[in-house]
Design a protein around this ligand. Structure first.
Ligand code: HSE
Length: 455
């Protein structure tokens, strides 16, 4: 471990209170040198002059840590101290702000952020998994220490939605927050639709471009979207964060046939995260959804994310922009660091989650069975007389009104594909009807069910 020397830091250990921004460099430690960490170093160095002008003081990267010390990352680390342990870096006396880009909800990420806050360091993190699981306890630590815990990059990459939720919409009662929150999934669905590429090839490209998580199942199974939605929902509704209360379906079962059927019906398939305030609690869900072609959300393509908020004063607003990738995410991290550089020592900072932790309400989960909306069903059925009638009967017995029902093709093996679109109904009714069709022996294989989301 090299020793770090900052330029003219205050080493007294005393709490200083000042009405001016200090002019010493802000000493930054970065843990994790993956796509985002490396992009952050380039950004802070390339924009050093501008950042100094805007922050009123220089930003200096003084220490780093990562898994492999010898890896060539295409970034010059001369003069920057290398630490073998994130925990040690987080509490180093020569560091003012600890930037956690390790990832994961436990392990080094959790211990180092906790230690940094306990040691009185401001923290910036892009770690949605950590915040979704431990965000409340970390926010509490930051509040106790009068510290900043900034996490703009954790949700929707370069889109500044956290500042909007934390500051700009404070006077709004939010009724719904929703969006496309995973760049990898949106990139995959877009390329499958436009280029007819296979799911696997699209995912490989998303990984190559640095969009995907270290474990891409977190992207494609919807967990990453759920982590981000859990954070947004807590900030929107003033509740504690409950990632486990989110209904979850990923995009791995979406086929090019579904995408084509959606287009025929005037829809496009997107992986959405939606949280709504209902009378029975918060309905929070992540699943592929059909959105009407021509709607704003349907036009969000590639790695772009979008977040839509409905507030009682502001009405409806939507922010869109790059949701993943090194540079866009580094932009959000650098903005968070700049906030810290501009802050005045000894002054209390606003609550991390938009309101003090002590005032957060418990999260009450609204049951998914009560979700209401239209449904798309694609059923592989026995191509026999009475099949269509049996399906219609099961739908009618659940009081489900059909918008359309079409037999799309009959195969040589005696099966046919039936595509149904329903008017608004409940999740419970659809699941009961599908169980009934299965019991009737009409269904061959799994049924495909995709919810229709009307903006
Ligand atoms: N893997 C994430 C995504 C990165 O694809 O959106 C940004 O959180």
């Amino acid at each position: 471990m090299q020793h770090i020397t900052g330029r003219n830091p205050d080493r007294s250990g005393k709490t200083m209170t000042s009405n001016t921004i200090p002019n010493q460099p802000l000493r930054i430690a970065i843990a994790g040198l993956g796509t985002v960490g490396v992009a952050l170093i380039h950004l802070v160095r390339n924009q050093a002059e501008m950042l100094e002008e805007r922050c009123g003081r220089p930003l200096e990267i003084v220490g780093v840590t990562a898994r492999s010390p010898d890896k060539d990352r295409g970034v010059d680390l001369n003069g920057v101290a290398w630490f073998d342990s994130a925990d040690d870096l987080a509490v180093s006396d020569d560091v003012d702000v600890y930037v956690e880009l390790i990832g994961g909800d436990e392990g080094d990420a959790r211990t180092s952020v906790t230690k940094a806050l306990k040691a009185g360091k401001h923290v910036v993190t892009a770690n949605k998994a950590l915040l979704a699981k431990h965000g409340v306890e970390l926010a509490e630590l930051a509040e106790e220490g009068g510290l900043l815990l900034n996490f703009e990059a954790a949700v929707a990459g370069g889109i500044p939605i956290i500042k909007v939720m934390r500051e700009s919409l404070t006077a709004n009662e939010v009724t719904r927050i929703s969006g496309i929150l995973n760049g990898t999934c949106n990139y995959i669905l877009t390329r499958m639709e436009r280029e007819g590429m296979s799911f696997e090839d699209c995912l490989a490209d998303a990984q190559r471009l640095g969009y995907a998580e270290a474990d891409p199942t977190f992207d494609i199974e919807g967990n990453d979207t759920a982590h981000k939605l859990a954070i947004l929902a807590a900030m929107a509704f003033g509740t504690r964060i409950e990632a486990d209360a989110i209904y979850l379906e990923g995009i791995t079962k979406i086929t090019v046939e579904d995408i084509a059927a959606a287009a025929d019906l005037g829809y496009r398939i997107k992986l959405l995260g939606v949280a709504t305030r209902t009378e029975s609690g918060v309905e929070a869900r992540v699943h592929p959804a059909m959105v009407p072609l021509g709607s704003a959300i349907a036009e969000i393509s590639g790695v772009t994310n979008a977040v839509a908020v409905e507030g009682d004063s502001v009405g409806s607003l939507m922010l869109s922009g790059p949701g993943a990738g090194g540079e866009a995410t580094a932009s959000a991290v650098a903005g968070d660091i700049a906030d810290i550089a501009k802050s005045r020592p000894g002054h209390q900072h606003g609550p991390v989650l938009g309101q003090p932790v002590a005032t957060l309400a418990p999260h009450t989960r609204a049951p998914m069975a009560r979700h209401e909306g239209g449904y798309f069903l694609r059923l592989q059925v026995a191509d026999q007389p009475g099949t269509m009638a049996a399906i219609a009967t099961r739908m009618a017995s659940e009081d489900i009104s059909l918008n359309s029902i079409v037999q799309r093709n009959a195969d040589d093996d005696g099966t046919a594909t039936i595509v149904l679109v329903t008017h608004a109904t409940t999740e419970e009714a659809i699941r009961n009807a599908l169980d009934g069709i299965r019991k009737d022996g009409r269904l061959m294989g799994d049924a495909q069910m995709i919810r229709i989301e009307t903006p």
